[in-house]
Design a protein. Structure first.
Length: 523
RNA sequence: GCGCCUGUAGCUCAACAGGAUAGAGCAACGGAUUUCUAAUCCGUAGGUUGGGUGUUCGAUUCACCCCAGGCGCGCCA
């Protein structure tokens, strides 16, 4: 990649220094720049401009045609056009993953109700992250965890039972911390018809019912999971007991008020946590820690766990638990995907699952196309609270950037069709030296940045960087299109430009695929 | 009360390990099409980056203190 080559160039001259390469703002001359001179100047208290002068004289490389010094000490590099064209002809892929096995767990909605919008955001985010990691050379698997044990499942079964009573015209009362949503009524009806009443069977069937619903929903949303892991599986394989034993032997547990605590404060948690309740059942924590151990023992070298904002309290204790098992906290990255505030008719809609007032992912997808939905979700950093304006998303055909990107692709496809109708053969062996217009150079150089953007997005765990890149690429293409005609009288030039826009289209499409968005051939 | 996230143009958001005159889209106003898709392009206007102090050659970015909003702080998950 271009950026790496420039970095290597400077590293050769200054092996001790950390080299930072940035892009040059559009109004300045140059393509890449470094602040190296200012960094050195800061240490030695010499004028940065003088050091910049010194550095720029030491640089002698065929890839750079000019270096320019800007006050207070930036050194900008102008890429050699011949070099850009050579690079452009071959596709160079970012491979920072080197086959590292990564487990990305996300969504993991409890099988007690529908998938809501925050889960939907996490789904789009996690899925894009997995695609991104695999593109960048990692061996990443998407994993979904099914909490099919524990108290919430008991509450679910009880809530369904009460709904069955209701349907039978009997008295009923749903437990206060049970599930009050009306979505349980059709399920209760189903059970009545099938004459299912036994609690264990209700539990099992209800879990399967929601699980299947989630699987279908996620598939519709183009989110793929490789692994579906049940909590019961983790328990049955003895992981929970094993972790328990380790913690006991290491003296990390203590009893208090009849409950068993884990000393997570020994590993920087804010307080110690209950792992076994007074009535002898596990809280979520121990199975969760055991589950993470189970991931590691399935030979994953790095774990990414994506959680919703309501699970913030778990972060510290989960890291603490892994440290308690003598794993470095570097093996796990917990990403909190922040909440989605849904706006309709200018007002925010509040969502509560227990109360049964929430908008599901399904509701959302009934209103807006998947492409728009995914792009919208992925346009923000995961740490940002997301404002989702339904009215805007619905009538956005003109103001939604996803169409802007898709339109650029469709436009290119149209040109290619036009060229084919004219009988112009598409070949890859073109003479790029014919491309010397400013807009052509900008386009080529921007496309070369794609792999660098991938690298940045992966390192930051932030697919949103891709969305901005794609909007930028679409813009640059539209500019080019406005100024220059692709299919013209000069056949050689036409071929060269066709090659250029074909690469543009490929890049757009690859990027959109990473986000799970489509690129229609026509619009 | 403690912890986490957030505060940038009228609105939604960028600014890539502290960098250059803080950028886009939408909304507003004015323009561009005899030729490959006008879902496009060009231009105008819009800012004390919530407020303050500090560190620095340089702060939207880092530290501290306020102000405002959201979320989390359970023997629920």
């Amino acid at each position: 990649m271009v950026r790496d080559e420039i970095k290597a160039l400077l590293k050769q001259i200054y092996p001790e220094e950390i080299i930072i390469i940035d892009y040059v703002p559009p109004d300045k001359k140059g393509d890449y720049s470094t602040n190296l001179a200012m960094r050195i100047a800061g240490k030695k208290s010499i004028s940065p401009l003088r050091i910049a002068e010194e550095i720029s004289q030491k640089i002698n490389s065929p890839i750079i045609s000019e270096t320019i010094i800007y006050p207070p000490g930036f050194i900008n590099f102008v890429l050699n056009h011949t070099y850009v064209k050579e690079k452009f002809k071959t596709i160079e892929k970012c491979n920072i993953g080197k086959g590292l096995r990564v487990n990305v767990e996300f969504v993991s909605v409890n099988p007690t109700g529908p998938i809501n919008i925050v889960n939907g955001r996490a789904a789009a985010f996690g899925d894009a992250l997995v695609r991104l990691l695999n593109y960048a050379g990692y061996d990443a698997d998407a994993e979904y965890y099914i909490n099919d044990c524990g108290r919430q499942i008991d509450l679910l079964a009880e809530s369904i039972k009460q709904r069955m009573n209701q349907l039978l015209g009997k008295e009923f009362s749903i437990p206060e911390d049970g599930y009050h949503g009306e979505y349980l009524i059709p399920l209760a009806k189903k059970f009545l018809e099938a004459k299912i009443t036994e609690a264990e069977v209700v539990k099992e069937q209800a879990v399967n019912y929601f699980l299947q619903q989630h699987q279908e929903m996620l598939e519709n949303f183009r989110v793929k999971f490789k692994n579906w892991i049940r909590e019961s599986e983790v328990r049955n394989k003895g992981y929970v007991d094993r972790v328990m034993k380790i913690f006991r032997e290491k003296g990390l547990t203590f009893e208090q008020d009849g409950a068993l605590y884990l000393k997570t404060t020994a590993f920087n948690d804010t307080r110690d946590r209950v792992i076994i309740t007074g009535d002898g059942r596990y809280t979520y924590l121990l199975p969760d820690i055991a589950y993470h151990l189970y991931k590691i023992e399935r030979n994953y070298q790095f774990l990414i766990t994506i959680l919703g904002p309501d699970h913030l309290g778990q972060v510290g204790s989960l890291y603490a638990g892994l440290k308690g098992l003598d794993y470095s906290e570097n093996i796990l990255k917990i990403i909190i995907v922040q909440e989605v505030k849904l706006k309709k008719d200018g007002r925010y809609i509040s969502m509560s699952k227990r109360a049964g007032t929430f908008i599901t992912l399904e509701d959302l997808l009934n209103e807006i196309p998947i492409d728009v939905c995914r792009f919208f979700f992925l346009m923000r950093s995961s740490s940002q609270h997301l404002d989702f304006d339904l009215d805007l998303a619905k009538n956005v055909s003109e103001e939604n950037p996803v169409y802007y990107v898709q339109y650029a692709y469709a436009r290119i496809m149209s040109i290619i069709r036009f060229a084919q109708e004219k009988g112009i053969s598409m070949i890859d062996d073109v003479d790029l030296n014919l491309l010397n217009e400013k807009e052509e150079m900008i386009l080529m150089k921007y496309i070369l940045r794609f792999e660098e953007t991938i690298e940045d997005a992966v390192k930051n765990f932030e697919p949103f960087m891709i969305t901005y890149y794609l909007i930028g690429l679409a813009r640059i293409f539209h500019h080019f299109y406005q100024k220059h005609r692709v299919v013209g009288d000069n056949e050689e030039l036409t071929r060269a430009r066709l090659f250029l826009i074909k690469r543009t289209a490929q890049t757009l499409k690859t990027g959109m695929e990473l986000l799970g968005c489509s690129c229609p051939e026509k619009m």
